[in-house]
Design a protein around this ligand. Sequence first.
Ligand code: NOJ
Ligand code: CA
Length: 701
Amino acid sequence: MQRFLLCLTFMVLIGLSAIAQTITSPDKNLTLKFELQGNGVPTYQLTYKQKPVIKTSKLGLETKDVPSFMDGFTLTKSETSTFDEMWTPVWGEEKNIRNHYNELLVTLTQKSVKDRFIRIRFRVFNDGLGFRYEFPSQPNLNYFVIKEEHTQFALNGDHKAFWLPGDFDTQEYETVVSNLSEVRGKMKDAVTPNVSQTTFSPTGLQTPLMLKRNSDGLYINIHEAALVDYSCMSLNLDDKNFVLESFLTPDAIGDKGYMQAPTQSPWRTVIVSDKAGDVMLSKLVYNLNEPTKFKDVSWIKPVKYVGVWWEMITGKSTWAYTDLENVQLGITDYTKTKPNGKHGANTANVKKYIDFAAKNGFDAVLVEGWNQGWEDWFGKTKDYVFDFVTPYPDFDVKELHRYAASKNVKIIMHHETSGSVRNYERHLDTAYKFMVENGYNAVKSGYVGQIIPRGEHHYGQWLVNHYLYTITKAADYKIMVNAHEAIRPTGLARTYPNLIGNEAARGTEYESFGGNTPAHTTILPFTRLIGGPMDYTPGIFQTRINAYNPQNNSFVHTTLAKQLALYVTMYSPLQMAADLPETYDKFSDAFQFIKDVAVDWDASYALEAEPGEYITLARKAKGKNEWYIGSITNENPRVATVTFNYLPKGKTFEATIYADGKDASFDKNPQSYQIRKVKVTSKTVLKQQVAPGGGFAVSVK
Ligand code: NOJ
Ligand code: CA
């Protein structure tokens, strides 16, 4: 990490209560204005190229037991500074990231509360704003309980929004696209996930919330950064005035945060640009997180993997070894029960995947359903169902460790907690030790179903702390983590780069549970991916699920070629080839792209982007003269335009294009594709037809 400039801190002004404090972004396009209004109420506003993005909006927190941080403030200090540095992520979309902002730090004192004071820190980058509340150590502030955070984002009109219903437990929704004025009416149409929901308001929305201003097409994204020891923020929409206001996840007794000074809130973020591609590639959320705390990061590596997984998701095989009526959890001797004959995680089957991984250059094989307890995994007994160390009798831990090591392949551990978090914490050290002893260096964890202790939510402060605890504890054992159903990412992977994956959205699994819309993956890079990578698990070539399970009539809502494009458009240092080895063997020419594509990058270029419509992205492989391009569309066909001006000038490269066939479409003919090779230079402009629900991938060498 190299710091090349840390500019002056200047200006300390005393007694400026009535005067507005203003800073701009380094390029001067954004202006942030802070002002106390009325009875000492903190407010801010944000403009982009002189036009309001966030109109005058109130700031403050309501507390229990002690006076609130809402009003009665005077401005007792105002400081501005500039910061500019380059930093190098352990993995990512760019080799180096510039962190460049102007900062305003205001100190606000409540004279009537024995001179109690807080600070609000604003950072304005070229691509947006971050701000947070800080509660310094002082004689009259120690513990306090948050009743609600009242941070407003007053929008300048009725914008088009890409939104998920407010929910404290899941983001596995289809995104609804509508004007904000239509949210209330469309709430009931939102496609609900197959897990518990706790929608809290007729106009409650989740973040990252992507907006497009109807009047001029400006893109605005609202989220949070560095969510640590605090409840996750949702947004409540006032759909008459288009004001969004923070709404924190409550705990089992309705409280929203237990705080002790010195402490701070997460950053509230507003990314702004007139180019959709800039929002998609913004690093603002990462820049607001702390540099990594790890001294040694050599054990953290991007991973391309296959897994004993899709066969269970489709219903071809099972996680469970036997049937529920044969088990009494915690008591059953599985060697004495009758196997159901469909258990996926058996030694012979896992060896088949290890062979396939070794032959095709994959790093790892995920194995789910290897441990005892799956017969009732989110049923009544889930509070003690798993111990994370006891395999089923047909899964030979030692032999598979030996076999995988002999082929230079890692097995990825799976810890499904069923939401039984206390049980998981009790077993965590033993489970991680077991992993180290048996050669595992990565774990996929999961939090399906309602949380135990009952009444807690997936997105509450207690769980937020739990997820980070598992990540830091894993780091002690040099273990990488990919957590499903956990809190949505807020850029914490900068600080804890062993957090190589998260789900926190509707992934490929839903293609087997009824399907994702063709538009889904054209939206995720503007919403869910703003905080960090997603383990989306693409690569499904057998698009009719009943080929694996005659009872399952779901189908994948993309063409085969679009599945390839997702390796580029859905950035992740952890990429799965999710389909079955026998299917890949049938499509070995298309599979070549998955074998080739990089999972770590020197640079990324948004060539075309419009949320909900299409994305064309090019990326340069880390440390190699290789480029990969992915282009996807929604249900509408289109002609994509691919430029190559990022290639070194004056050289000719060979591009292999994996495109939709002429007659391809996601619903009628998804497996139609064509592969061709062309010569390209930095001056080439390629026009490529994309099928309905289709896409294409290009490798350039
Ligand atoms: C839900 C996860 O998203 C999925 O990947 C996993 O297979 C199941 N839970 C079982 O843990
Ligand atoms: Ca899931």
